[in-house]
Design a protein around this ligand. Structure first.
Ligand SMILES: NC(=O)c1ccc[n+]([C@@H]2O[C@H](COP(=O)([O-])OP(=O)(O)OC[C@H]3O[C@@H](n4cnc5c(N)ncnc54)[C@H](OP(=O)(O)O)[C@@H]3O)[C@@H](O)[C@H]2O)c1
Length: 225
């Protein structure tokens, strides 16, 4: 599968690339093509050292527009503040069959701790904003909000965590559930349609507040039953 990562030069992008290049063709995206290629080369060396000959995928770099045209799955690994601008810029480029993934967490820091911006400022959840611009909303899937970048990048570490996943189209959700299952120790837990994405997004400021106050290092979330 060809997986494009818009903003793939950031920490989450690196983690996604290192985990999925084992069996997929990963394209790192950036506003700057050269930066994308440099990051891709760096990640590829790390991946080859870890996986050796068993790695069947690849990591390359392109500008965000070029990869939006050719990706089967497109991960929007960009800061919340740049969501509207970036989606507007790539909207015409994204192919019709592409599944778009939002791991975006609308979060900021205040004196009392991390807060979820849509709740405080009466705004839409990030995935709803993405779906408004990159319609049809059925191709948007929301996931990966509560995964620590530090753990994701450490290929040898099992994540030992769940990620909540929301989406309107079962086929598109299934594609992303499969990708989740390929990450060591990560389980997807389906929450429901995209309209429930706020419940997944709001977990991240909660986890970060708990981590800070209780001196926990990169905690995740796991449902027990
Ligand atoms: N970090 C985590 O542990 C974590 C965990 C769960 C979810 N998330 C979510 O995942 C997403 C990515 O997180 P991250 O920590 O990897 O983000 P990041 O490192 O802050 O940014 C990712 C990339 O976005 C691009 N970018 C920066 N400013 C931009 C702008 N003005 N317009 C367009 N692109 C811009 C940059 O790439 P170029 O400069 O190369 O274009 C940057 O490398 C965020 O929405 C975050 O909320 C993060």
């Amino acid at each position: 599968m060809r997986i494009g990562i818009v903003g793939g030069t950031g920490g989450m992008g690196e983690g996604f690339a290192l985990r999925w290049c084992f069996g997929h063709d990963i394209v790192i995206g950036s506003r700057d093509e050269q930066r994308a290629k440099e990051a891709a080369n760096k990640y590829k060396i790390t991946a080859q050292e870890a996986y050796g000959n068993s790695m069947t995928g690849n990591i390359t770099g392109q500008d965000n527009f070029s990869l939006a045209k050719s990706s089967e799955v497109l991960i929007l690994s960009i800061p919340y503040e740049n969501t509207i601008d970036t989606c507007n810029r790539i909207a015409k480029e994204v192919s019709n069959n592409c599944v778009i993934v939002s791991p975006i967490v609308p979060m900021t820091r205040t004196d009392s701790g991390f807060i979820y911006i849509p709740l405080e400022q009466n705004q839409k959840p990030a995935a709803e904003t993405v779906a408004d611009i990159l319609a049809p909303r059925s191709r948007v899937v929301s996931a990966f909000h509560s995964i620590s970048e530090v753990k994701l990048k450490n290929i040898r570490q099992s994540l030992d965590a769940d990620t909540f996943i929301c989406g309107d189209d079962p086929n598109h959700v299934a594609i992303i559930e499969n990708l989740v299952s390929e990450i060591n120790g990560l389980r997807s837990v389906y929450l429901g349609p995209l309209s429930l994405s706020y419940q997944a997004e709001i977990l991240t400021p909660m986890i970060l507040n708990a981590a800070k106050r209780n001196k926990m290092k990169n905690p995740g979330i796991k449902l027990v039953h």
